[in-house]
Design a protein around this ligand. Sequence first.
Ligand SMILES: C/C(=C\CNc1ncnc2c1ncn2[C@@H]1O[C@H](COP(=O)(O)O)[C@@H](O)[C@H]1O)CO
Length: 250
Amino acid sequence: MTTPEYRKGATTLRGKRVPGTTTDARLLDNAESADWLHTDPWRVLRIQSEFVEGFGALAELGPAVSVFGSARTPADSPYYALGEEVGRLLVEAGYAVITGGGPGAMEAANKGAMEAGGTSVGLGIELPFEAGLNPYVDLGVNFRYFFARKTMFVKYAEGYVVLPGGFGTLDELFEAITLVQTQKVTSFPVVLLGREFWTPMVDWLRGTLLTHKMVSEQDVDLLHVVDDPREAVDLIATARQERMEAQRPE
Ligand SMILES: C/C(=C\CNc1ncnc2c1ncn2[C@@H]1O[C@H](COP(=O)(O)O)[C@@H](O)[C@H]1O)CO
């Protein structure tokens, strides 16, 4: 007796596993329920499309720096002024500025970049309390998934400038230093702007994580804490210079 056999792509099905319809027939049948819209295989395609859109939008951006910071920084805060200034200085140093495209410190950096005549990128994220892209973004890409968006922040930047912020900012900061620590990215300065805000955190990293040997001295040294936005930009520009010299043929 021959067992019925059915080939479905790379898979061979036999006996009771042989389906009653073909893949083509199921594709063309529009009487099926639309539940598949909410399944993981369909999500995988949407995730893939976010990478395709992001890579397509940013591939020709040129040298860029990602700037992070609180979505809640008010426009009259000194941290907002710091964000605007670092956005402007980055543009004057030849960089495009990438932010999360939201309000607060993100808006400040985009404002500084746009008013200095540079490229001002906002990588928006779908949130339950979404406010849309701030008005100082001139190249915006909207994401559903945090992880796809975070790939863009790091892939298209030469370094990070991190203004004071909350959980979102800390998430972006610690992801970056983990990538540097594990050498997934190299020559990637991470600059914390605002000494008064960041020093207690760095002291805790030294006093607790280093004391318990959870990190090394070099790991903590990956973080540069500065007050002057000019110093932040110089650190990133110097790393670029060093990278170019290292790549130059002898
Ligand atoms: C809180 C409000 C709006 C939030 N809108 C955001 N839009 C874009 N990106 C955001 C938003 N909120 C957080 N992020 C990301 O995290 C970082 C800031 O988070 P924090 O917790 O505020 O530090 C930021 O760099 C973004 O990438 C309404 O005011």
